[in-house]
Design a protein around this ligand. Structure first.
Ligand code: T6T
Length: 315
C-alpha cells in the first residue's frame, strides 16, 4: 500500500514485470530508491520522471518499505527475467547491495547510482550525489558559527553503518570540527535511520553531557528525531540543531526555531541527471562517471528566498 503512496504521489506506473515488447523495454527505466514515501526520494522521483518523459522514456519505480538492504534486495531481484534497459538505484548498503545489483548488470542493464553508492565502483556507469563530505564540513562550520565561541560538546547522529552518504557527512563533520578547539565531539551515534532512536539518543546525551551545545543530524530522519528529543527535554533553541535535507517537517522546524540551520540537497536534480546519464549510456553517448549535485545552507533568515529547495510530498 505504501508503494502505492509513492506511486500516487509521483503519478508513475508500476514496475514493468513480465510485459513489454523489446522496443518498449529498450525505453524503460526503473528507479529503486532507498525507502518509500520519503520526501527526499519523492523529490528525486519527480525530477527523474519529468526528465524521462522529456527524453521519450518511461520510468517506473519500486521502493522498499524500510531503508533496509534485505528489503531492497527483494525489489532488485523482482526485476526478474524482464528487466528495464537501465536501473537507477540508491543502494541502501555500500557492500550488501553489490551482489544483487551485479546480478542485474550481468543481464546487460545499465546501472546508475543516485544519492548513495556502492564501495565497488566497477558496477555503475555513473553516480550522481551531493558532495556529502563537504556537506558535513559545512555543517561543522555552521554549528561553530552558531555556538559563537561558546565551549561545549557536540553530538553527531548518523543513520546506519554502510550508508555511503550519511557516513561521509558524519566523517566530514568530525574532521572539520577539529578546527574549532572550543567544540568537542562526543562521537558518532547510529540510529538505524529511525527518528525514535535518534530522539532517544538525544535524550540520553542531554542527561549524560550537561555541556551539550550542538547536534548535527546527518539526514531528515535523524533530524526529525533530534527535534523531538529536544522538544521533550525543553531544550529547543538552547542546543543548536543543524540538520541535513529539507523535508516539510524540517522546514517547519526551522521556521519555529527547533533547527538553527538545514543543509538542503537537490534530490530532483539528482533524479534528473540520473535519467540523463542512463539515457546517454543506452544511446551510446558520452557518460560522466561522477556528478555532484549542489548543497544549500538554509537558515530561518534566508529560508523564504530558498523555498525552491524544500522537498516535495508529491510532484
Ligand atoms: O539524506 C537523504 C539521503 O541523501 C540519504 O542517503 C539517506 O537519507 C535521506 O534519504 C533522507 O532521509
Amino acid at each position: 500500500a505504501a508503494t502505492a503512496v509513492l506511486l500516487a504521489a509521483c503519478g508513475s506506473g508500476q514496475v514493468g514485470g513480465s510485459g513489454g515488447t523489446p522496443a518498449e523495454n529498450s525505453k524503460r527505466l526503473t528507479l529503486i530508491p532507498g525507502v518509500q514515501a520519503e520526501p527526499f526520494y519523492i523529490s528525486m522521483h519527480c525530477g527523474a520522471q519529468a526528465e524521462a518523459q522529456k527524453l521519450g522514456y518511461t520510468l517506473d519505480t519500486s521502493a522498499p518499505q524500510k531503508f533496509d538492504a534485505a528489503l531492497q534486495t527483494e525489489k532488485v531481484n523482482a526485476l526478474g527475467s524482464n528487466p528495464p534497459a537501465a536501473l537507477l538505484i540508491a543502494p541502501t548498503d555500500d557492500t550488501a547491495m553489490l551482489a544483487p545489483i551485479q546480478q542485474v548488470a550481468s543481464r546487460g542493464v545499465k546501472i546508475v547510482e543516485v544519492d548513495t553508492s556502492l564501495k565497488d565502483t566497477s558496477v555503475a556507469q555513473s553516480s550522481i550525489s551531493s558532495d556529502n563530505t563537504a556537506g558535513g564540513q559545512l555543517a561543522a562550520d555552521t554549528l561553530a558559527q552558531l555556538a559563537g565561541g561558546q565551549s561545549g560538546s557536540v553530538l553527531v547522529l548518523d543513520t546506519i553503518a554502510g550508508t555511503s552518504t550519511t557516513n561521509a557527512r558524519a566523517a566530514g563533520f568530525e574532521e572539520q570540527l577539529k578546527k574549532y578547539p572550543n567544540l568537542k565531539s562526543v562521537g558518532i551515534q547510529f540510529t538505524q535511520n529511525e527518528p525514535d532512536q535518534a530522539a532517544s539518543k538525544v535524550t540520553a546525551a542531554l542527561a549524560s553531557t550537561p555541556d551539550l551545545v550542538g547536534i548535527f543530524a546527518t539526514n531528515l530522519n535523524t533530524g526529525e528525531g533530534a527535534a523531538t528529543g529536544l522538544r521533550n527535554a525543553g531544550k529547543v533553541g538552547q542546543v543548536q540543531l543543524v540538520g541535513f535535507d529539507a523535508s516539510p517537517s524540517e522546514v517547519e522546524g526551522l521556521r519555529n526555531g527547533e533547527y538553527q540551520a538545514l543543509i538542503a540537497q537537490d534530490p530532483a536534480m539528482i533524479g534528473q541527471q540520473g535519467v540523463q546519464q542512463a539515457v546517454a549510456a543506452l544511446e551510446g553517448k558520452p557518460v560522466t562517471r561522477n556528478l555532484t549535485a549542489p548543497l544549500h545552507s538554509i537558515t530561518k533568515a534566508n529560508m523564504d528566498a530558498n523555498s525552491q529547495y524544500f522537498y516535495k510530498q508529491s510532484c
